[in-house]
Ligand binder design. Structure first.
Ligand code: BES
Ligand code: MN
Ligand code: MN
Length: 438
């Protein structure tokens, strides 16, 4: 495949946005893309921020022609645990029709399809790119950038590939993303670590207290989140909408995860729980001795990383406040509890029937030979809600990955057929759009 060589080069740049030691590499990934876009006739602007640069680029062919704003991110998640990769995360390898590397699917590979699609394209469409290096850390600098540069970004449609198809060979359009509220909770007992014999019996134990607190966050029987007010703004899904959802094979999902049950909120199907219900999940716990063998110690501190996925119309700020108040309320006396907000993102719903969505549906059908299914997704892309507000233009979420792409995990991959067909779909979309078929 012709498009592949440059992608492999881009994937070999370890642009891990959360790692301070990788700062220069993150910048190098932005510069790499800037050069590619320049070669395609784009005028580019690299905007420095307090952390990683934002790349804006435009290729305006004619005033009055339809304008597309493509969004994506060139940063990636850390590759750990390294020993579980079959080939090193930043030495891209092609095996059995797939490219393996950190960022292959999330999001360099998918964004690259949008770059490759423009090569030699003659459609009369103005194209703008907005690409950031901080998506994986909550887009702290992009959100204010969008508000400040609204005029520059204006477009008739925002086009984003940073998600997945429903299943292999099933063309997919997405019209909803969940939001996120991520908290770090620290619980302190005594002012120093204590010998568990010399002080056990009188010392507060923050790990134990954390267990008590954790047990009060979610009902064991119903799976309901117990934070007062948590569900207040949750919008129910209309029956007509659910009727249009594709069928999820619970057996296949169980097999894929290697589990026998799919635990979750009582009264909702797994698909609804994935797409349209909020969740609360501890993502990490720490405290006490973690090394080999035993150490008799009562630690002074323990902690918890907590992620809550949000759905329309929940607001991350408000949920953080509700959660913090409840955590303080259920914290037993004798402990100091502190809550830090790590990052968030608003949930978003877009119009599945907008004219550009219909055009993309046509392009998908022409390339894949079958009409797309319409999905929501459980993940979060913080800027999408912001773009929806700032541009008041339709949004097209065209996921090119697959559910088994191992996002954020070892052996992340992208199927080359998805890349190839993705490029064809995007090209066809531009042709239809340029020919005024909206
Ligand atoms: N591309 C993902 C979001 C995604 C995942 C969309 C799966 C659809 C399906 C994105 O890069 C991501 O990982 N987002 C983070 C957001 C966070 C760090 C603010 C997420 O969802 O955890
Ligand atoms: Mn992504
Ligand atoms: Mn990601």
């Amino acid at each position: 495949m012709k498009a592949l060589e440059p992608l492999l080069e881009w994937l070999s740049i370890p642009s891990v946005s959360t790692d301070p030691a990788r700062r220069e590499e993150v910048r190098r990934a932005a510069l790499w893309l800037e050069e590619r876009l320049k070669a395609l006739g784009f005028r580019t602007e690299l905007h420095d921020t307090p952390l990683h640069p934002i790349l804006y680029a435009e290729r305006l062919v004619r005033e009055g022609a339809p304008t597309v704003l493509v969004y994506g991110h060139y940063d990636v998640q850390p590759p750990d645990p390294l020993e579980l990769w079959e080939s090193p995360p930043f030495s891209p390898a092609v095996r059995e029709g797939r490219v393996y590397a950190r960022g292959a699917s999330d999001d360099k590979g998918q964004l690259f399809a949008h770059v490759a699609a423009l090569e030699g394209l003659e459609a009369e469409v103005n194209v703008k790119f907005l690409v950031e290096g901080e998506e994986e850390i909550g887009s702290p600098n992009l959100l204010p950038f969008v508000r400040a540069h609204r005029e520059k970004l204006l477009a008739d449609v925002a086009l984003i590939s940073d998600g997945a198809m429903f299943a292999p060979g099933v063309p997919t359009l997405t019209y909803g993303l969940r939001g996120l509220c991520y908290l770090e909770v620290r619980l302190q007992g005594a002012k120093r670590d204590l010998h568990s014999g010399a002080f056990g019996g009188v010392a507060p134990n923050p790990i134990q207290a954390l267990g008590w607190i954790l047990a009060r966050l979610k009902d064991e029987r119903t799976g309901k989140i117990l934070i007062p007010g948590f569900y207040e703004r949750v919008q129910p899904v209309p029956e007509e909408e659910k009727a249009l959802w594709p069928k999820l094979s619970e057996e296949a999902l169980k097999g894929e995860l290697g589990v026998e049950v799919l635990p979750g909120e009582e009264g909702f199907s797994p698909l609804e729980r994935l797409w349209a219900r909020p969740t609360l999940d501890p993502n990490g716990v720490f405290g006490g001795y973690q090394g080999e063998g035993s150490k008799t110690v009562i630690p002074m501190e323990a902690g918890l990383k907590l992620s809550m996925r949000l759905v329309p119309d929940q607001d991350p700020e408000e949920v953080a406040q509700l959660a913090e108040a409840y955590l303080k309320e259920v914290c037993p006396p004798g402990y100091r509890l502190r809550v830090q907000r790590l990052h968030g993102g608003r949930p978003v719903l877009t119009d599945p029937h907008s004219p550009p969505m219909r055009l993309m549906a046509q392009a998908l059908e022409e390339v894949w030979g079958r009409p797309p299914v319409y999905t929501r997704e459980g993940g979060t892309i913080p800027v999408v809600a912001e773009l929806k507000e700032a541009l008041s233009a339709p949004i097209v979420l065209l996921g090119l990955g697959l559910p088994d792409d191992n996002l954020h995990a070892p052996n992340e991959k992208l199927d080359l057929v998805n890349l190839e067909r993705g490029i064809a779909v995007i090209r066809r979309f531009y042709e239809l759009l340029g020919a005024g078929r909206v």
